[in-house]
Design a protein around this ligand. Structure first.
Ligand SMILES: *[C@@H]1O[C@H](CO)[C@@H](O)[C@H](O)[C@H]1NC(C)=O
Ligand SMILES: *[C@@H]1O[C@H](CO)[C@@H](O)[C@H](O)[C@H]1NC(C)=O
Ligand SMILES: *[C@@H]1O[C@H](CO)[C@@H](O)[C@H](O)[C@H]1NC(C)=O
Ligand SMILES: *[C@@H]1O[C@H](CO)[C@@H](O)[C@H](O)[C@H]1NC(C)=O
Ligand SMILES: *[C@@H]1O[C@H](CO)[C@@H](O)[C@H](O)[C@H]1NC(C)=O
Length: 436
């Protein structure tokens, strides 16, 4: 490792006269030969490697590829993101294989394979070439990372692999959501498991195979939201985004949704399926879910599919999030179940004795549920976690108010009648007590 640090500092010769005194020229030259320079470039040529801390930049500098560490854990992922807004990665290579520490290296090896290697395990092969060839990987200005086979004159012979064919949770302009009829490949988005962990989460957004021109969101394989046919619902839904031009394309080779943006757009366009199963479209002034089937809303929105629940539950059952402590340990699900907070909520709803749930890890993953025999104490301390407690009171209160009032206009009248009756009863009670 030390030698590589030497190499980085040594090569801009003007800056490191002091170091040159310590290390022989020959060593520097030798390192230059075996480890080619990685400055601001969009290409990883055959034999080159990209270490943690190095980046590729697309030609105009719009996108950046490199290793990143989401959340607080010392685990890194290879990703692509908008260079100017260091927000969430739009693509992640090793979602279910986090790399511990900074040992990750991306390489186009001598055979032309695109490989991600790290110190604690086997390499992750992103693309394996059948025969040795002259390949190189390039980050395009669309945000697509492409592995190409080159002709001896440097022209492109064929494209072997592209990151656009394995989307993460984000659809960029020109990406496709649908199916390739020839290869059977399907393009879909899968949410992160929590906002800090890119691992494959609970929700998938793709083309509904039962209704060709419809989009759908699935929760763990169960239908969760359905767009309805393109012509009726989706066109209307996307019409309000004047900067995004959505289209639906179907021909003999493929069927997909895609979008383009106007050239002068000032935002970083993307459509994301977040860890709660909400579809977000990023707009210049605001970003709010365009599709949200979360049950915190009083009624199911258009397209949301009501989930099958046991008789003890109502689809309107709500949970309120509070900071605090439970009086006892709950039932904890295994780590290998890879549960998100949304999964945990459903596990609680499906178990009639469950009254509260929470994630078990700081990163928002894992699941613990409690039954009625444990109680909750609210405490606002930073180190405590949020516990989601079932709240049926609100619902009953509302139902009674609606029944009694029968509409907002008659409310004051009903209240005053109720009050008069209540006063009379109280007076009578008082009188009868005095008589005794
Ligand atoms: C992360 O792990 C690496 C080992 O690969 C270690 O050198 C480094 O100190 C760790 N960083 C933190 C913040 O724990
Ligand atoms: C690969 O193609 C480039 C032209 O872009 C050429 O310079 C290089 O020598 C070729 N490498 C091999 C191993 O054929
Ligand atoms: C379908 O694929 C074939 C073979 O790759 C190609 O020649 C044809 O132009 C494609 N059709 C469309 C509509 O893209
Ligand atoms: C949970 O994730 C790990 C990788 O992080 C994977 O190996 C395992 O199969 C997953 N388990 C389930 C039940 O999906
Ligand atoms: C239901 O939840 C309780 C704890 O609240 C747990 O002990 C029990 O095993 C759960 N039942 C099922 C079927 O998961």
């Amino acid at each position: 490792m030390k030698q590589l640090v030497l190499y980085h500092n040594c090569c801009p010769l003007m800056n490191c006269k002091a170091r040159i005194l310590f290390f022989p020229w020959l060593l520097c030259f030798f390192l230059l030969m075996i480890s080619p320079s990685r400055s601001d470039t969009d290409t990883l040529a055959q034999g080159q490697e990209l270490k943690d801390g190095d980046n590729l930049f697309s030609a105009s500098g719009l996108f950046k590829l490199g290793f990143f560490k989401p959340g607080h854990a010392n685990t890194s992922y290879l990703g692509i993101w908008y260079n100017a807004n260091n927000e969430k990665a739009v693509w992640v290579a090793n979602r279910d294989t986090p790399i511990f520490g900074n040992s990750g290296t991306l390489r186009v090896d001598d055979h032309g394979n695109l490989k991600l290697s790290y110190s604690q395990g086997d390499s992750i092969v992103l693309y394996s070439v059948q025969a040795a060839s002259n390949t190189s990987a390039v980050l395009l200005d669309t945000g697509n990372f492409v592995l190409r086979e080159l002709n001896p004159d440097g022209s492109i012979k064929q494209e072997l692999w592209q990151s656009f064919d394995s989307p993460s949770d984000t659809l960029l302009p020109k990406m496709k959501l649908g199916i390739n009829k020839k290869s059977g490949l399907s393009w879909s988005l899968t949410s992160w498991i929590s906002d800090e962990v890119p691992a494959l989460g609970s929700f998938t957004l793709g083309m509904d195979p039962n209704g060709r021109n419809q989009m759908a969101i699935w929760w763990r394989g169960n239908i969760y939201w359905n767009s309805g046919p393109w012509e009726n619902s989706l066109v209307k839904m996307f019409d309000k985004f004047s900067d995004y031009r959505f289209s639906y394309i179907s021909n003999e080779n493929e069927t997909y949704f895609t979008y383009a943006v106007s050239k002068d757009i000032t935002i970083f366009p993307r459509l994301t399926l977040n860890e709660k199963g909400e579809m977000l479209v990023f707009l210049p002034d605001s970003t709010f879910p365009q599709v949200s089937c979360s049950t915190s809303a009083p009624t199911l929105r258009a397209g949301c599919v009501e989930q099958k629940l046991p008789k003890c539950r109502s689809p309107r059952d709500k949970f309120v999030s509070k900071m605090g402590l439970m009086s006892a340990y709950g039932f904890t699900f295994g780590k290998s179940d890879n549960l998100s907070l949304s999964d945990c909520r459903v596990l609680c709803l499906k178990n009639c004795s469950c009254v509260a749930y929470a994630s078990t890890n700081d990163d928002g993953t894992g699941c613990e549920i409690w039954s009625k025999d444990s109680s909750f104490t609210e405490q606002n301390r930073k180190e405590l976690r949020s516990i989601f407690i079932i709240d049926t009171k609100i619902k009953i209160w509302w139902i009674w108010l609606i029944i009694v009032c029968g509409g907002a206009s008659t409310c004051p009248l009903v209240f005053s009648v109720c009050y008069v009756i209540w006063r009379k009863k109280k007076e009578e009670a008082n009188r009868s007590e005095k008589m005794k």
